[in-house]
Write a protein that binds this ligand. Structure first.
Ligand code: FBP
Length: 547
């Protein structure tokens, strides 16, 4: 593979490991755990993997030399650092016993079911260490949930003499990892399943998981570009930039980027939902800021919009819920209809309130909400052009205000969507180290016989050598939620907490950012140099972990 000079220099980077993982380890077990909610239901659904203790690795006397083969799967959206989870796992598995083998299943969970795999060797891995992307083995969104998939997977597991599968994924994929762990445990197949917290969205976190990997690099990458736009904006002083940011449901990415770059406006979906705001309220608030800035001679600004916004506007959220159930119940007959017939079908089946909301939406948006969900039942929010919808509506409102003599500025809007630009960026030192430690922990969890656990690394705002590593039972993070019209056990998604420190820090400053021009230009991620430039975690993590 042809590699750039930066890639070559990065390949030589040795990720820093917590002290506890540097040598031989022993397992320290905590008290039994409980699920975050619906304990009885979750316990009944996961009788073999419920209630297990938290695990921490501490320095020990003996190295575990158990012979084991491991399979690894990358699941869902790309996140910077995935290759380092594989590197950490590979190095630790080989350290435990050089005869151990690591197999990568290709293109996501589907690779296990379809028996597509590659053996990961040092020769193959060496060009991927500390690089972004998932291209070493590819990723996919096949949902592992059916017994025949588990049994099909078992065939290749047996053929390759695999003892454990590591699934690197977000909340949905780790939920599936837990279901698979439970299934193999119930059948006494002797196959362990370990999860690993991945997603740039930052919504897989809780009392045990401080952050999901990739969030650090992705938000730093977006913040660099937002900063560049702010600087351009402040130089030309003639455009309003509407920037949609990835992140599916939660607004963690938008909030973190706002804390890093101080834009004029940043919408936080969770706040909009809590305040029961309508689309019109949102438009009015933005238009007021535009009008105020225009009155000061500032016909420019930057607005950050979280990708999942529409789902959180309560009336639209209710509509989406009903559409989800409707589409789940009428899959095949609906899919065969043409565009107009699908619209007519939906209008005929919606309740009155939701029909009214559906009819008020611009056609492009209502159409997008009527399309197929992803395999986990999610609306594909990354395809909805919210940034255009909002700026068009703000433009229309300002034009009305102009006619009424309430506003006399210029409004020229530009649109951006930052998502794919950050998902495969070369991992920051934080993500490179964090992921390597997660991979190492996953190997140690396997070596200590655990299944149904997610690898974790904590104390991540301290120096790397003080980080703590271990595992959390996945059932501990679960509750029951409605999915595709049915109640299902799932890992609880972490949304932005309105009484949390990151949101409060934003609220304390946002009025000033709206009126004045307070932009901050973070610049590109740095890999070599002073720790305060190269090794800083996100502001979200710093504020959340602040003692
Ligand atoms: P994961 O939850 O799988 O990590 O995916 C994250 C994400 O990047 C979301 O932010 C985004 O909405 C989605 O993937 C887009 O996925 P795709 O590129 O498959 O449409």
């Amino acid at each position: 593979m042809k590699t750039s000079a930066l890639q070559q220099a990065r390949a030589a980077y040795q990720p820093k490991l917590p002290k506890a993982l540097q040598g031989a380890v022993k397992v320290q077990e905590g008290a039994p755990t409980q699920s975050v909610d619906n304990q009885e239901e979750i316990k009944a659904l996961f009788p073999n993997t419920y209630g297990m203790p938290l695990v921490e690795f501490v320095p020990g006397e003996t190295e575990n030399a158990k012979q084991m083969n491991v399979g690894i799967i990358l699941s869902g959206g790309q996140a910077p650092g995935g290759h380092n989870v594989i590197s950490g796992l590979f190095d630790q598995v080989k350290k435990l016993n050089p005869n151990n083998k690591l197999y990568g299943f290709l293109m996501g969970p589907g690779g296990l079911v379809d028996h597509d795999y590659v053996e990961i060797t040092e020769e193959l891995l060496k060009d991927y260490r500390n690089t972004g992307g998932f291209d070493l083995i590819g990723s996919g969104r096949t949902k592992l949930e059916k017994e025949e998939q588990f049994e099909k997977g078992l065939e290749i597991i047996r053929q390759l003499n695999i003892n454990a599968i590591v699934i690197i994924g977000g909340d949905d994929s780790n939920t599936n990892a837990c279901v698979l762990a439970e299934y193999y445990a119930a059948k006494n197949y002797g196959v362990q399943v370990i999860g690993c917290p991945k997603t740039i969205d930052g919504d897989l976190k809780n009392s045990q998981i401080e952050t999901s990997f990739g969030f650090d690099t992705a938000t730093k990458t977006y913040s660099e570009v937002i900063g560049n736009i702010e600087r351009d904006c402040n130089s030309a002083r003639k455009y309003w930039h509407f920037i949609k940011l990835m992140g599916r449901s939660a607004s963690h990415i938008a909030l973190e980027c706002a804390l890093q770059t101080q834009p004029n406006i940043c919408l936080i979906s969770e706040e909009i939902e809590a305040k029961d705001q309508t689309l019109n309220d949102i438009i009015e608030n933005i238009a007021e800021v535009v009008a105020y800035r225009a009155s000061q001679g500032n016909n420019f600004g930057v607005v950050l919009i979280p990708e999942g916004l529409v789902e959180f506007i309560p009336a639209i959220g209710r509509l989406i819920q009903e559409l989800n159930d409707l589409l789940a119940a009428h899959g095949a007959d609906y899919a065969d209809l043409d565009k107009d017939a699908q619209r007519a079908y939906i209008l005929a089946h919606l309740t009155e309130e939701n029909r009214a909301t559906f009819e008020t939406l611009p056609e492009g948006v209502s159409r997008q909400l009527s399309l197929d969900r992803d395999p986990h039942g999610n609306v594909q929010v990354s395809l909805i052009e919210t940034e255009k919808l909002i700026s068009d509506m703000v433009g229309a409102k300002l034009a009305r205000w102009k006619k009424e003599g309430k506003y006399n500025g210029k409004f020229s809007a530009l649109h951006h969507f930052f998502g794919y630009e950050g998902r495969c960026a070369a991992p920051s030192n934080f993500d490179a180290d964090y992921c390597y430690a997660l991979g190492t922990s996953a190997a140690l969890l396997i070596a200590s016989g655990k299944t149904g656990y997610m690898a974790i690394v904590k104390n991540t705002t301290a120096r790397t050598d003080e980080w703590k590593a271990g595992g959390v039972p996945i059932t501990m993070m679960m509750n029951m939620e409605r999915r595709n019209g049915e109640m299902k056990p799932v890992i609880r998604k972490a949304l932005v907490e309105l009484d949390g420190k990151p949101f409060k820090a934003f609220v304390a400053q946002r009025d000033q950012w709206a009126k004045e021009t307070c932009y901050v230009y973070p610049g590109p991620i740095q890999y070599w140099g002073p720790a305060e430039v190269c090794d800083q975690p996100t502001k979200t993590l710093e504020l959340e972990q602040e003692k």
